[in-house]
Design a protein around this ligand. Sequence first.
Ligand SMILES: [Zn+2]
Length: 57
Amino acid sequence: MKTAKCPKCDADITLADDCEVGEIISCDECSAELEVKQLEPEVILDDAPEVQEDWGE
Ligand SMILES: [Zn+2]
């Protein structure tokens, strides 16, 4: 099982065993959306790009 630190609030985040680079996860503590940048040798998380929830007009 992999764990990482939230870059926003420093909380420990547990990643799923089948987690992949590019996956977007959210922090339980601060609800930040985080993108998995790297898994080995250590997990690196970064702010996920803002998703425009614009479904058109
Ligand atoms: Zn957080």
